[in-house]
Write a protein that binds this ligand. Structure first.
Ligand code: HEM
Length: 485
């Protein structure tokens, strides 16, 4: 098995940090604009990866007049990610742009606000809570099964990413807010259709050379306001519904049964604990954080499995052996298994990470590898080059799920193996939704394997699906046709 890398501890400024920012090489930009016009926002990650091949693990570019370091050494990245929120924070542009859309929650806030919100959010995603919620996950998966059976019977091609987003929105709303939104069965105007517009707009604005929307509203900005309004209605609905449940059953105030109830209880018990805006901002954050990430990872995994029929056959054999007569995993403990299926997910996250780029900024003087940087230095962490790098993996460009397993088919120490790829980030801001995401993904893959044959997963033209960066990295134009087993 390929050797995972191990992170190192970090002090704000390492004693061996000998170089300064000016000594770092990188692509030449234009006066005033820097390299900003060299990115097409949807392809930003591939442009940065391309430069990495030329300039190495640490290079420098400019956005406008501001220098940005681009780091792709896994050990160095892990150090920065771990040293949050004190020495490093998320790139400040994320906080201001998400706040303008009302998405100011645990993902984007910093310092003490983050510490407070993170504590609340973590409780809702621990494995014990997931176990209690498991029956709802089964119900949502049954709906996806029924929807895809209808498509298989009628020979209709499935818009894979759109259907998976409906699935993930339904799961997240059930788990985190206790609401059964059922976008999977909704005919039109489901909340998911409005949510889908948020990440692409945030990405567009993050890449804009100038925040024009603060001065002029183009038609695209006005349309976006409409989508935000509809999502806002849905969020107010979730909060009102949860409040009603808590009024009817006051015991929910002391033992909340989901994240939203816990947040409302904290808000009501101590008005300083969570403001109205933070409450709504976190509902929005969780909806978004759970939607594209999991749906896109699943879509990429299904595409890669279709391209590798031997691996798919092993997934099918694993589902048949684990489920017996059942059509999907019906007990929480069932999803603990599926070692080979999970290895396929790990391999898909290595090759097609939905977060290929994490933007950070220093709060004070610090070091990045051997470079001293002043406060407010922006660092883009490239999460894929180390993963496809031969330093960590043999035949790095190939889809080989077995690399995550030992000779007996058992998992290696995944925690340490993931240190090389960090698909869920690292350190104190590690993704709190990772157990839920893995549970959802194994559920869907096992359900598909048990009930369907994969007739086709691909694009209309049969070419490799392009990668589009819209805050998360998504496959473009993926359609799936299923046969019944
Ligand atoms: C395959 C699915 C997923 C992937 C690949 C993923 C990946 C990530 C990554 C890379 C981060 C940034 C971590 C860092 O800065 O170190 C993150 C943060 C976060 N994720 Fe996920 N995520 C997934 C699913 C979910 C789900 C299902 C939820 C919740 C429903 C969720 C909620 C969050 C939240 C709230 C944060 C912010 C944490 C903080 O800043 O403290 N994620 N995720």
């Amino acid at each position: 098995m390929d050797q995972p890398v191990h992170g190192v501890g970090v002090t704000p400024v390492r004693s061996g940090a000998s170089r300064s920012l000016d000594q770092i090489d990188g692509p030449r930009g234009m006066p005033l604009l820097g390299n900003a016009l060299q990115f097409d926002p949807p392809k930003m990650h591939t442009v940065l990866e391309g430069w990495q091949k030329r300039y190495g693990d640490l290079y420098r570019l400019k956005i406008g007049r501001h220098p940005v370091l681009v780091l792709s050494d896994a050990t160095g990245i892990a150090s920065l990610l771990r040293d949050r929120p004190d020495t490093w924070r998320r790139w400040h542009v994320i906080e201001s742009i998400t706040a303008e859309s009302g998405v100011d929650g645990v993902f984007s806030v910093e310092g003490d606000a983050w510490r407070r919100q993170r504590r609340l959010v973590m409780q809702a995603f621990d494995p014990g809570h997931l176990k209690r919620f498991f029956p709802s996950l089964v119900r949502v998966t049954e709906r996806l099964l029924a929807r895809w059976k209808r498509a298989a019977q009628s020979g209709t091609a499935i818009d894979l990413q759109a259907d998976l987003m409906r699935f993930t929105v339904d799961v997240t709303a059930g788990l985190a807010f206790g609401s059964d939104v059922n976008t999977l069965d909704a005919q039109r105007d489901a909340i998911q259709e409005h949510l889908d517009k948020v990440f692409p707009m945030i990405q567009r604005r993050m890449n804009a050379p100038f925040p024009y929307w603060r001065y002029v509203r183009l038609p695209i900005d006005r349309a976006y306001d409409g989508h935000l309004e509809r999502v806002g209605d849905a969020i107010r609905g979730f909060i009102a519904e949860a409040r009603r449940r808590m009024d009817e059953d006051p015991s929910r105030r002391t033992t909340p049964s989901n994240l939203l109830e816990a947040m409302i209880a904290a808000h009501d018990a101590d008005s300083g604990a969570l403001s109205d805006r933070e409450l709504a901002g976190n509902v929005f954050t969780i909806l978004l954080a759970g939607e594209d990430t999991t749906a896109n990872t699943l879509a990429w995994t299904m595409y890669l499995l279709f391209e590798h029929p031997d691996a798919w056959r092993r997934v099918v054999a694993e589902a048949d052996a684990a489920l017996g007569p059942d059509d999907l995993p019906r007990r929480f403990d069932d999803v603990g298994g599926f070692e080979f299926t999970e290895a396929c997910i790990d391999e898909a996250m290595r090759l097609r990470p939905v977060a290929p780029l994490i933007g950070l900024e220093s709060n004070r003087e610090a070091s990045v590898l051997d470079v001293r940087v002043p406060a407010r230095t922006v660092v883009f962490c490239l999460m894929r080059p180390p993963a496809v790098d031969a330093r960590h993996f043999e035949h790095p460009a190939e889809f080989r799920p077995e690399r995550w397993l030992d000779a007996e088919g058992a998992a290696h120490d995944r925690k340490s193996a993931r240190r090389a790829t960090m698909p869920f980030g690292a350190g104190p801001r590690l993704c709190p939704g990772r157990y839920l995401a893995l549970c959802e993904m194994k559920m869907v893959l096992a359900m598909v394997a048990r009930n369907f044959s994969l007739a086709r997963v691909g694009t209309e033209g049969g070419h490799e699906p392009p990668e589009r960066m819209a805050f998360t990295m998504a496959p473009v134009g993926l359609r799936m046709s299923l046969g019944l087993r």
